[in-house]
Design a protein around this ligand. Structure first.
Ligand code: AHG
Ligand code: MN
Ligand code: MN
Length: 335
């Protein structure tokens, strides 16, 4: 086997190339180590006492799983004392949480979905952790929610950890997208996919079809044409996959291409989609773009969206760039 490059070595080499600062390197290393702790708990399943509901709810209006709460705590504790961070924001917390006063503060803002795909935990299907890193605005020591409201193109790093048959850590720091596989014996991530490239075309789509009757007309038309296959306007047959853990669906797309869609639906018109911009769509959007893919809300680039609230939702179309362009055309032509 060719020389193994650990995540630690990869990050130090990226720092020597001037792609990241020592503080950002430390932040990413700490997040990866926290994900290793989460991976150990997830893999214990029923034996770890961490399955089932926590008996609490979150700002999303969702019932929290024990692992949602535990993963959130693991990430907060890991990032509190290092001095690299000003504040954290999480799907599981109403507001951002500045680093405690007893610790030094740094120049980065960390956002995360500590446990993505929660509905899959109790049925032993892959779940994950998603994270995004922004710069804290100059001169701000006590960051508040408003300081997080930056468009996704301002992210300095983004990634996820997928807790699947193997545990993998996907990362971009703005110079490509790379994947690392956890060596459990040594407790370290090893580079296994450098410079991932998403095929520009695909014949595989990922969507929750049960919402079909609630979609906008162009969305229904786009999917109906996929289903019409070879005899239809697309002239070829398509396959469908839907894992209902965004991390797992996106990991498949980074690995072999595809288009992932969670569109707007009229089930709850007050919500412009199910997925959250700041800690799901933005980090996944950066990872996918850095791998040669595209990420749109149906009409505009996700990373250009100016957020106006921390937990705002957004429709998501991401993956193989030519297929995302095709789906966007159905919407822009309908407009
Ligand atoms: P989370 O568990 O963090 O709330 O995220 C779940 C999201 C995402 O992972 C997935 O793509 C989507 O919910 C699945 O939604 P449906 O259950 O409506 O298909
Ligand atoms: Mn999620
Ligand atoms: Mn979650």
């Amino acid at each position: 086997m060719s020389q193994r490059i650990s995540l630690t070595r990869f990050l130090i080499e990226e720092q020597h190339l001037g792609h990241i600062s020592a503080d950002l390197r430390q932040l990413i290393a700490i997040v990866a180590r926290a994900c290793t702790s989460i991976a150990i708990t997830v893999s214990k399943g029923a034996l770890g006492g961490a399955l089932g509901d926590a008996g609490t709810g979150n700002i999303q209006g969702e019932v929290q799983k024990k692992l949602d709460v535990l993963s959130n705590e693991i990430l907060l504790e890991a990032n509190a004392w290092g001095g690299h961070l000003a504040a954290c924001a999480s799907e599981e917390m109403d507001h951002c949480q500045p680093v405690p006063d007893i610790y030094p503060r740094g120049n980065f803002l960390l956002l995360f979905d500590p446990l993505d795909g929660s509905s899959n935990i109790d049925v032993n299907v892959s779940v994950g952790t998603i994270f995004s890193v922004l710069r804290c605005p100059e001169g701000i020591n006590a960051a508040t929610d408003e300081h997080f409201l930056q468009p996704g193109r301002r992210q300095v790093a983004a990634g996820y950890c997928i807790y699947g048959p193997s545990t993998m850590f996907a990362l971009t720091i703005g110079h490509g997208t790379h994947a690392f596989t956890l060596d459990r014996e040594q407790g370290l991530f090893v580079l296994t996919q450098r410079d991932i490239r998403i095929p520009e075309d695909t014949r595989e789509f990922a969507i929750n079809m049960s919402n079909h009757r609630h979609w906008e007309t162009p969305m229904q038309q786009y999917v109906d044409d996929l289903l019409a296959g070879r005899e239809g306007p697309r002239g070829q047959d398509f396959n469908m996959r839907w894992i209902a853990s965004m991390v797992a669906d996106v990991h498949r797309i980074l690995t072999r291409g595809g288009i992932f869609i969670y569109p707007w639906d009229k089930k709850d018109p007050s919500k412009p989609g199910k997925l959250r911009l700041m800690y799901e769509a933005n980090p996944m959007g950066m990872l996918v773009e850095q791998a040669g893919g595209a990420a749109y809300n149906g009409r505009e680039r996700i990373l250009d969206i100016q957020p106006d609230q921390l937990h705002q939702r957004v429709p998501v179309f991401l993956g193989s760039k030519n297929e995302v362009a095709a789906a966007v055309r159905y919407h822009t032509q309908a407009d």
